[in-house]
Ligand binder design. Structure first.
Ligand code: HGY
Ligand code: MN
Ligand code: MN
Length: 412
């Protein structure tokens, strides 16, 4: 192919990625410029409808499973062992427009190349529901249901902030709650923004992910006594919010101590009643997110956390209840895929490093059932889960190139 045709083809692919991306980017838009597309909301439904429309316009077969995951492929490969390439289309509240979406449109571009060039590699692209924990307090529910890690009988336990159960929501949306039966897979590959700043700071084009940190999450309820803020002397209070503040700073300290093992500890969610200026807070609920790639380090934070909560509440004379809301183990990704993706990057003269993922991904659900790999592209200043999240479609194109190169190397 002449150089001019090559450049024209690359330009065309960038244009197509841009068009697909723009179709998604207005859904759930907030005044801040961020997007809110919570799992199983009308916004996430809209995202899947757009994915379905784009795929059908390309002549692909589209399948929506019983929990709303969307699978796209060539009709002829419907029942074949295939490579799954995918990610998610839901977001955190007021999040960025690149998280998840890039992995889905990247997979679609690879599938388009396979179809247009008649490359005989069985690939399906998937968009999973409910990857983010923001809606139901548990992440990767859509992919967890497909891989059997999440059981259908658990659906009634997952509740959103309005107290609605996921089971009722699925029923109200006409889903049968029977998820897609995977069958044998050749492998699972996910392209995603890094959501941290290693690639950005080092000015490296691609990250080949070697392991994915996994969360242990807790809900901490602190029971104080709601009192008049003027008439209650300081030494006679049972202030739930001051108690929670001591716990929050202790969690940050524990995370800092273990940060040498890439462990992190965050209190990202707080609920307080009655949240009134002239009332001593009576009740606080915290959402605690501890993650890492070393289980021993995560477990040290968890055990220290329990000791600290007991010490602080005893000292202040308050009761509390600590509930573990989710617990998964860090996952190692497939070495042959890591090496293969590295070979492809070198072949295509794209700079890359091997690195862990601090963020969770749908890929976590596949690592123990099939060969699983992930490719990161940089995001500007490492910002993510934030309206300022930004990434380059050119670098997404590069990630698609090395994944396609790898698939050709191992399949043809
Ligand atoms: O929270 C996470 O790690 C990811 O964004 N689901
Ligand atoms: Mn996310
Ligand atoms: Mn994501």
């Amino acid at each position: 192919m002449k150089i001019v045709q090559k450049v024209e083809k690359i330009y065309n692919d960038y244009k197509i990625l841009g068009e697909w991306f723009n179709k998604f980017s207005t859904v759930g838009r907030q005044k801040t410029g961020g997007v809110t597309r919570l799992a199983y909301s009308s916004e996430e439904d809209e995202m899947h409808r757009i994915f379905k429309d784009i795929s059908e316009d390309l002549g692909f077969a589209v399948e929506t499973d019983g929990v709303g995951n969307t699978f796209v492929g060539l009709q002829k490969n419907k029942n074949k062992r295939c490579y799954l390439i995918g990610s998610h289309l839901d977001s955190v509240p007021n999040g960025g427009i690149y998280d998840g979406v890039l992995g889905v449109i990247g997979g679609l571009l690879i599938l388009k190349w396979i179809k247009d060039n008649n490359i005989d590699i069985p690939v399906k692209v998937v968009a999973f529901r409910c990857e983010e924990s923001s809606a139901f307090g548990k992440a990767t529910i859509g992919s967890g249901l497909v891989t059997g890690k999440v059981k259908e009988e658990e659906l009634c336990n997952f509740k959103n902030k309005k107290g609605e159960s996921l089971k009722d929501i699925l029923k109200s949306k006409g889903f049968l709650t029977k998820s897609y039966k995977l069958g044998e897979l050749e492998g699972y590959i996910e392209i995603h923004i890094e959501q941290g700043r290693v690639l950005w700071d080092k000015n490296i084009e691609l990250g080949i992910v070697t392991s994915i940190a996994a969360p242990k999450r807790f809900k901490l309820s602190i029971y104080g006594r709601q009192d008049h803020s003027g008439a209650t002397p300081m030494m006679m209070r049972k202030d739930a919010l001051s108690t929670a503040s001591e716990v929050i700073l202790e969690i940050e300290k524990l995370g800092r101590v273990e940060s040498i093992y890439s462990t992190v500890a965050t209190v990202g969610e707080i609920y307080e009643t009655p949240n009134a200026l002239n009332v001593v807070p009576g009740f606080v609920e915290l959402g605690i997110d501890i993650r890492g790639i070393e289980s021993k380090s995560i477990n040290r934070v968890v055990s220290e956390l329990k000791n600290s909560i007991k010490r602080i509440t005893d000292k202040r004379g308050l009761n509390y209840k600590l509930t573990m809301t989710s617990s998964s183990e860090p996952v190692k990704l497939d070495d042959t895929i890591v090496k293969g993706l590295k070979r492809s990057s070198e072949k295509l003269k794209l700079s890359c490093i091997e690195m862990p993922s601090g963020a969770g991904h749908d890929a976590m659900e596949f690592a123990d059932i099939t060969k699983t790999g992930m490719v990161f592209i940089p995001c500007r200043e490492g910002i993510s889960h934030n309206p300022k999240e930004n990434a380059s479609l050119k670098q997404l194109y590069n990630a698609c190139k090395i994944v396609c190169e790898y698939l050709k190397e191992v399949s043809l």
